[in-house]
Design a protein around this ligand. Structure first.
Ligand SMILES: *[C@@H]1O[C@H](CO)[C@@H](O)[C@H](O)[C@H]1NC(C)=O
Ligand SMILES: *[C@@H]1O[C@H](CO)[C@@H](O)[C@H](O)[C@H]1NC(C)=O
Length: 360
């Protein structure tokens, strides 16, 4: 369930245009109330009528949730009820987050600031937010990662800002992260300072639609999923994945990769899924047949001219633990009738290979 949810949340980050996030849905999906109920202090004598009285103008308040989206707000409303768990401020015109905007909101679980005009966040703005799990800052004007991020965040989203630099120790102390979304920012490899990801553990890193020309080598070694779609990566080198032993899903679709150096994929022995479609590969990458768990490899829309009988499957039967469920090779200039049928001997099911025709 957790995993399914994580994956469905990931697609959120890769959409091209701002989409409204349904905070109440998130509230249900994450069992936010449950997360709160196992807390130490049981102040269940809250009087919600009082909260309604103090509900900021233009906002909609329900128990522990304040929704102030789409109000044209230029500031975070003052006097937010102090025991709220979620605050929805998406789609407003807020330009900066000031030091005391969220002061006293120590129970906050989710903070949604998507699609505003935020370019400045005070370094103490998130102070004492030790329970904050979800911080959504996508579709704003941030140029760097805000300082002093709360330590227990599990989702941190900066999709489509103006981040061109990730400073050293930017995420230091964030050990519980599942999702770090940095896609659609003008971030080049040179903008990632040495040690930028020091002291960070996360499962997913999203850096699609940035200005990367190479796979960043300094990402947290905890990652299981990496999205580098729509960049300008030119090749994959042996050093690229050395640190990412846990990687299970890798997407490099829509880059300009001509070459995958032999040995580079051997560094990610747990990989299940690789997307290399829409690149400029002339050959099937070396080393696929040694990846025991690999099930999906997308190679369509490349320049592959020939496919060898051992490109996908180990020579000795039984060495492959998981059979392939998806190999795509269509839209390549290979003559499909030249591919030996035994090439796909370790594919499960008849729909497992997509060849198709190459049309000039
Ligand atoms: C890749 O490297 C391995 C190990 O050194 C070697 O056995 C294999 O033949 C190489 N493959 C290609 C296509 O060069
Ligand atoms: C990706 O490849 C498909 C199939 O050849 C092609 O139709 C499409 O235009 C390509 N997309 C990009 C962005 O290059």
């Amino acid at each position: 369930m957790r995993v399914a949810l994580l994956l469905c949340m990931l697609t959120l980050g890769s959409s091209k245009y701002y989409q409204h996030v349904d905070v109440m849905d998130i509230m249900r999906n994450y069992d936010v109330m449950m997360a709160d109920s196992d807390d130490d202090d049981d102040d269940n004598n809250n009087n919600y009528d009082d909260q309604y009285d103090s509900c900021p103008l233009g906002c909609h308040c329900s128990p522990r949730v304040v929704q102030c989206s789409d109000q044209g707000l230029i500031n975070v409303p003052a006097k937010l009820p102090s025991d709220i768990l979620m605050i929805d401020l998406q789609n407003n015109d807020i330009t900066q987050i000031k030091e005391n905007d969220f002061k006293g909101l120590d129970k906050l679980y989710g903070l949604f600031l998507i699609n505003n005009r935020i370019s400045k966040i005070h370094p103490n703005a998130f102070k004492n937010m030790n329970r904050l799990r979800l911080l959504y800052l996508s579709y704003n004007f941030l140029t760097e990662i805000p300082a002093n991020l709360p330590p227990n965040i599990i989702e941190l989203r900066f999709h489509e800002n103006k981040i061109n630099r990730i400073q050293r120790d930017a995420f230091k102390g964030l050990k519980k992260l599942h999702v770090l979304e940095l896609g659609a920012n003008p971030l080049a490899n040179s903008g990632i300072e040495l040690g930028a990801f020091n002291g960070l553990a996360t499962l997913y890193v999203g850096m699609a639609e940035t200005r990367l020309t190479a796979v960043p080598k300094d990402l947290p070694s905890s990652i299981t999923e990496l999205n580098l779609e729509y960049n300008k990566v030119l090749k994959v080198e042996v050093e690229d994945f050395i640190r990412y032993k846990n990687l299970q899903r890798l997407s490099l679709s829509f880059n300009q990769i001509r070459f995958v150096e032999n040995g580079s994929l051997a560094n990610i022995p747990n990989i299940r899924e690789i997307h290399l479609d829409n690149n400029s590969l002339k050959k099937v990458p070396a080393g696929l047949s040694s990846l025991r768990y690999l099930q999906v490899i997308f190679l369509h829309a490349n320049k592959i001219t020939s496919v060898g009988v051992n490109d996908f499957c180990p020579i000795r039967f039984g060495e492959k633990k998981n059979l392939y469920s998806g190999i795509s090779l269509f839209a390549n200039p290979v003559k499909y009738w030249d591919i030996h049928p035994a090439t796909f001997r370790c594919v499960g099911g008849r729909q497992g290979v997509q060849l198709g025709n190459f049309r000039k």
